[in-house]
Design a binder for this molecule. Structure first.
Ligand code: NAD
Length: 251
């Protein structure tokens, strides 16, 4: 029960890594404030956490819309009175395996709006509450595509390199004020997004697995465990870290 009675806000919690992280924090005693665009799916995840004896509230918001991000943080504070941990995880894949000169303008704009500006705007509204409390931990979702080039992913790469950048800048700004800011950089992890990009056929799934030195892709819990550790007091001297969770891909 490492997170007993701590309030944890998680965006993109209706599926994949965000959903699993919400379950994992709840299993360790946290009050989880789940956020996603898809109302039914998000509410179902929150209900199943409550059915299992956990504490969870769902809030519907689009990370591409600033007024909804502001309302999300306000609602979390109104519900629980504080915010201890934020996992800014929501993201889209946009144009993948598309060369830079063929990347659509709409996909570029959406990728930066949701994956990068959305994370910055979350932090903009989360940080004042954490500073007031004198303690807080933010974990942002970047990607291995935020630390290393992958051909055909320029828009996604721009958004995720940006997440690593704002994570490091903010880590320095608040380092003496009780606030730690880190991000995670997963390689391919089993999720709806990975299914769409990498796992559509048996052949592409096998090729994707083989491209990781461990010979397999990762599971959501392998990311959740790292997020929880970074958010916990066990990582009390760690800030500004871009932690690769990658089966050796970046080695
Ligand atoms: P996923 O598609 O299952 O989850 C994405 C989540 O984000 C969903 O809940 C979706 O509804 C939500 N979301 C998307 N756009 C949103 C918006 N505008 N507002 C609110 N919620 C929104 O896929 P996932 O793999 O779990 O992705 C989670 C994060 O992990 C993403 O940021 C993704 O870029 C990142 N990531 C994934 C992988 C991977 O291989 N799965 C690797 C590296 C990084």
């Amino acid at each position: 029960m490492r997170f007993k009675d701590q309030v944890v806000l998680i965006t993109g919690a209706s599926s994949g890594i965000g959903e699993d992280t919400a379950r994992a924090f709840a299993e360790e005693g946290a009050h989880v404030f789940l956020v996603a665009r898809r109302g039914d799916k998000g509410e179902n995840v929150a209900q199943s956490i409550r059915d299992a004896g956990g504490s969870a509230t769902f809030f519907k918001a689009d990370m591409g819309k600033r007024n909804e991000i502001e309302a999300m943080v306000d609602a979390c504070i109104a519900t629980y009175g504080r915010l201890d941990i934020a996992f800014n995880n929501a993201g889209i894949e946009g144009d993948f395996f598309v060369e830079t000169h063929k990347h659509s303008e709409q996909a570029w704009d959406d990728l930066l709006a949701i994956n990068l500006t959305g994370v910055w705007y979350c932090m903009r509204h989360q940080i004042p509450h954490m500073l007031k409390q004198g303690k807080g931990a933010i974990v942002n979702m970047a990607s291995m595509a935020g630390v290393k080039g992958f051909s055909g992913s320029s828009g996604y790469a721009a958004s995720k390199f940006g997440v690593v950048g704002i994570t490091k800048a903010a880590a320095l700004e608040y380092a003496t004020q009780g606030l730690r800011v880190n991000c995670v950089c997963p390689a391919v992890i089993r999720s709806e997004m990975a299914e769409k990009i990498f796992l559509q056929t048996e052949e592409s799934a096998a090729g994707t697995a083989a491209s990781h030195p461990m010979g397999r892709i990762g599971e959501p819990r392998e990311v959740s465990n790292a997020v929880m550790w970074l958010a916990s007091d066990e990582a009390s001297f760690i800030t500004g870290e871009a932690l690769q969770i990658d089966g050796g891909l970046g080695a």
